[in-house]
Design a protein around this ligand. Structure first.
Ligand code: GDP
Length: 293
């Protein structure tokens, strides 16, 4: 995703065309690249207008080369597009800490539960996983395999259909066992476009286990459509954070990311592959630094 931006930066910094022409070419390349990453066209033009405005109104400090100064402006504005200066808080401020994962089926929720458990285990926390996705029969088995792989206990009740009951009993058991972080994987039988039903179900489990954080898992391949889901979720849950999965596998990742950032929701992690360690803390500035090379 957005891979060609790195080349554009290199070309801009080392090219032989005049500064004005190089700026113009770079801005065109930036627009093309963002639009092909499915970033909303209005957002793209507002971004490039802001860049042009700053070029007009700000003077490059003499001690920095003009071309580098321009790239810094691009960097700032792209960071704003993807959420600004937000540094997500990933280390819980209290123990025990219960995280409930919600999301549409197939987004990578169960995989992400395993990735999160691994992330926190590596940081030295005692972690427990609760499998309360009762709609997808293989979900519990998948979670158990992940748990085994990373050495994290998994609570599940094979065959039981009462997701609220499982979540409650699982959390209570892990609290008794003095687990520090408990991650609850919930059911995601809904399709995209059924946000209301998803959020309604979320409420029932929420009431039963009173988690410290509710995390919505969104698949990057839905691109700009992530906006609706994220904004409804952001309104419904004051303790809500977002994880965007499959940032590796789709051209639409930029669309999903910028759309979610536009809702003001906190994007906490991004999933960048199928493997257990392919989860990154999301930081807009670091993300931009990476795509600009
Ligand atoms: P769930 O129905 O939401 O629990 O989805 P799963 O966890 O079963 O994941 C669905 C598919 O997405 C699986 O094949 C996962 O390996 C894959 N997946 C999950 N996260 C990522 C990711 O960040 N990148 C890629 N490429 N695939 C992912």
């Amino acid at each position: 995703m957005l891979d060609n931006l790195r080349d554009a930066v290199r070309k801009f910094l080392t090219g032989s065309s005049s500064y004005d022409k190089a700026v113009e070419d770079f801005i065109k390349e930036l627009q093309k690249s963002l639009i092909s990453a499915d970033v909303n066209v209005k957002l793209v033009f507002s971004l490039t207008n802001k860049i042009k405005e700053r070029l007009k109104n700000e003077k490059p400090p003499t001690y920095i080369e003009r071309r580098e100064w321009f790239i810094k402006i691009v960097y700032d504005e792209l960071s704003n597009l993807f959420g600004g200066d937000k540094e997500p808080k990933v280390i819980p401020d209290k123990i025990p800490y219960v995280i409930m994962l919600v999301g549409v089926q197939g987004t990578g929720k169960t995989t992400t539960a395993g990735k999160l458990a691994y992330f926190y285990k590596k940081k030295g926390f005692k972690v427990g996983l609760v499998g309360a996705d009762v709609y997808r029969p293989a979900a519990l088995e998948q979670l158990q395999q992940l748990g085994q792989q990373i050495g994290v206990p998994v609570y599940g009740e094979p065959g039981e259909k009462d997701a609220v009951g499982i979540a409650k009993r699982g959390v209570e058991k892990f609290l008794r066992e003095k687990m520090e972080i408990i991650i609850v994987d919930t059911a995601g039988r809904h399709g995209y476009g059924e946000e209301a039903a998803l959020l309604e179900e979320m409420k029932n489990i929420y009431e039963a286990i009173k988690p410290d954080e509710v995390t919505l898992v969104i698949d990057a391949s839905i691109g700009q459509k992530a906006y609706d889901l994220a904004s409804k979720f952001n309104q419904a849950s004051k303790i809500g954070t977002i994880i965007i999965t499959k940032m590796d596998g789709t051209a639409k990742g930029g669309g999903a990311l910028s759309a979610v950032a536009a809702t003001g929701a906190t994007i906490k992690f991004i999933g960048t592959g199928e493997k257990i360690d392919e989860l990154e803390v999301f930081n807009p500035r670091r993300f931009v630094a990476r795509i600009l090379g």
